[in-house]
Design a protein around this ligand. Structure first.
Ligand code: FE2
Length: 284
């Protein structure tokens, strides 16, 4: 883990240090500096460059997390939420809807591959830790693309991939009932480019658990491409596993990273609170 000196300690500038050369920065500004809104644009810019930003033990309340999210862009409301935040937990008293959803989150993915415009970013803060496990893993699909050999880029650019939620069921339930499969298939499928050309001029890879078939390529070769790219994107140089402390806030650029939860004690009451920033850029 390498640490660069903080770029600035002035309240009007973001104070940050790198976590790894190609992914992740810690932001060291105070809660007051973060909530006054003046750093919003600079944090957004840093997020695009670094993929993941960690605000160590910032200890936001739910209201403060919502207010901070609003300093960064357009707030994306959560479904099934009365208070504006989404509770990521297996405790059905806290969140009766989330247990099934969280099974899929143990595998590398980006959010919103079934939507026209995926969310820009998610912010998670830690309220209760598990007794074991429960890191959140991230990898930069911007950096992974940028470091591919040129001949591989030429082979991959232009490929299209079918994404579906139903294919993800088999990761955690190899023998689903027909009713369950059909319920998931009713969500639909979506064809997306393998390489996302962003308005900022950079490119990222759209891979992960929902990617199940490269169009126009025989199944064994298609699987090889998708597994090879997942392995590449999640390799050590492009990835970061965040070990939580209570009060940490972590945000990530959903358009240039993949993420996953790592396994943890399911009876521990692990609780994270999530807010989201609305996306502005369709898959292209
Ligand atoms: Fe997710």
């Amino acid at each position: 883990m390498s640490a660069a000196p903080a770029s600035s300690t002035s309240p009007s500038r973001v104070a940050q240090e790198q976590i790894k050369p190609l992914i992740g920065s810690r932001v060291l500004n105070s809660k007051k500096e973060l909530l006054n809104g003046q750093l919003g644009n600079e944090i957004r810019e840093l997020l695009q460059q670094r993929g993941v930003l960690v605000f160590p033990e910032i200890n936001f309340s739910d209201e403060e997390q919502i207010a901070f999210t609003r300093t960064l862009g357009e707030f994306e409301a959560e479904r099934n939420s009365n208070d504006g935040v989404f509770k990521v937990t297996l405790d059905t008293k806290e969140n009766p809807h989330s247990a099934e959803y969280l099974k899929g989150s143990l595998f590398w993915h980006l959010d919103g591959t079934m939507n026209d415009v995926p969310i820009l970013a998610s912010l998670l803060s830690s309220k209760k830790l598990p007794s074991w496990g429960g890191n959140t893993g991230f990898c930069s699909t911007y950096a992974a693309w940028e470091h591919l050999p040129e001949e591989q880029k030429a082979e991959l650019d232009g490929l299209r991939v079918m994404h579906s939620v139903w294919a993800t069921v088999f990761y955690y339930e190899p023998e689903p009932s027909l009713a369950k499969l059909k319920g998931m298939q009713a969500i639909g499928e979506r064809e997306l480019p393998l390489v996302w050309k962003h308005q900022n001029g950079r490119k990222s890879l759209i891979v992960g658990v929902t990617a199940h078939r490269v169009l126009g390529i025989e199944p064994p070769k298609s699987a090889e491409i998708l597994v090879r790219l997942r392995e590449w994107c999640t390799s050590e140089q492009f990835s970061y596993s965040h070990e939580w402390k209570v009060g940490d806030l972590v945000m990530w650029d959903n358009t240039g990273t993949l993420h996953r939860a790592e396994a943890y004690d399911a009876n521990s009451g692990r609780l994270l609170v999530r807010t989201k920033l609305k996306g502005a850029e369709p898959f292209a």
